[in-house]
Design a binder for this molecule. Structure first.
Ligand code: SF4
Ligand code: SF4
Length: 304
């Protein structure tokens, strides 16, 4: 049964106002098939628990170095260093670290565990028209667990929203959507080759799922606005035509930022997207893209 499954969750964020209407609690699922280099939640990419570091918290006690079975940790020159190329992700260092300088990101939880947390905020949902959102990573990689959570939330009368890349089997999405009020559907690029170049997968399945989902559920289309990648007039017009055809309620433009950059080094990974112009909501690129989408009669928001 779905409620006996455990889902790999990397965060439960309270008082979220960006994942649907009102005040919401957002559950972040770990694991994603896409590899978008601008991702601001890199800790959601891998489908396993892993270590994440915070150097400033280290008290140089050496416990992690003593516990590491492959000697990947050294303490020298008043700093703790990890040789990530040798790390086998055994998580032992996080278990012994007394100061939370090394922690595990990603915890297996039952639907019941998570429901207990999200149910604490019922007054906020009721007073603001909010509810429970599931994001990621790609939540539908763990579709059976997500189905169980949404089912439980709907039984409790909560509004539900799903933030998805759309890259999943239609049958899985269809089953989950029976318990979803709103989908936040990400579209990165209308050109499949361009989508594959940056995100690792083409867009055919994503667009096919969007067309089908639009017949079942309210959709807010989400477009990460990446300078010199997907901000051309041609791409924006194709997005506008798609949004009009599928009759989405809203298009959200999410201007490129680097809020997640620091997390990459904390996970032992390189941030490969340096050198891009960071966009502010009033930048010319944003204004032009917003205006173009609005010229198709679409409701457009920036940043959420
Ligand atoms: S997670 Fe990596 S660094 Fe930490 S103890 Fe295990 S092998 Fe060593
Ligand atoms: S166990 Fe934690 S506090 Fe101690 S040296 Fe390692 S990272 Fe630093």
């Amino acid at each position: 049964m779905a409620d006996e499954l455990k889902g790999l969750v990397f965060n439960i964020q309270k008082f979220s106002i960006q994942d649907g209407p009102g005040i919401r609690t957002t559950v972040f699922m770990k694991g994603c098939s896409l590899k978008c280099p601008w991702c601001s939640n890199p800790e959601g990419m891998r489908s396993v628990s892993e270590i994440i570091t915070n150097d400033r918290r280290c008290i140089l006690c050496k416990k992690c170095a003593e516990a590491c079975p492959v000697n990947a940790i050294s303490i020298a020159d008043s700093a703790r260093t990890i040789d990530w190329s040798h790390c086998t992700n055994c998580l032992e260092c996080a278990r012994v670290c007394p100061s939370h300088s090394i922690e595990v990101v990603g915890k297996y939880m039952t639907v019941e565990d998570v429901f207990k947390v999200v149910a604490r905020d019922v007054p906020f949902y009721r007073n603001t028209g909010g509810g429970v959102s599931v994001s990621g990573g790609e939540p539908l990689q763990q579709w059976q667990w997500v189905l169980g959570l949404f089912k439980t939330c709907k039984q409790a009368g909560f509004h539900t929203s799903l933030d998805t890349t759309g890259y999943c089997k239609w049958e899985h999405m269809r089953r989950v959507l029976e318990y979803v009020d709103l989908i936040l559907f990400d579209v990165k690029h209308m050109d499949s080759a361009m989508c594959k170049e940056k995100c690792g997968v083409g867009n055919a399945l994503i667009l096919e799922n969007l067309e089908k989902a639009a017949k079942m559920c309210t959709i807010w289309l989400r477009i990460p606005l990446i300078p010199n990648y997907n901000d051309s007039e041609t791409n924006m017009r194709l997005i506008a035509e798609l949004a009009s055809r599928t009759m989405v309620d809203k298009v959200s433009l999410l201007p490129y930022h680097e809020y997640g950059k620091q997390k990459y080094s904390s996970l032992g990974r390189a941030y490969c997207f340096n050198g891009m112009a960071i966009l502010n909501p009033d930048d010319q690129t944003v204004t032009r893209s917003k205006g173009l989408l609005e010229s198709y009669g679409l409701e457009v928001s920036v940043g959420s």
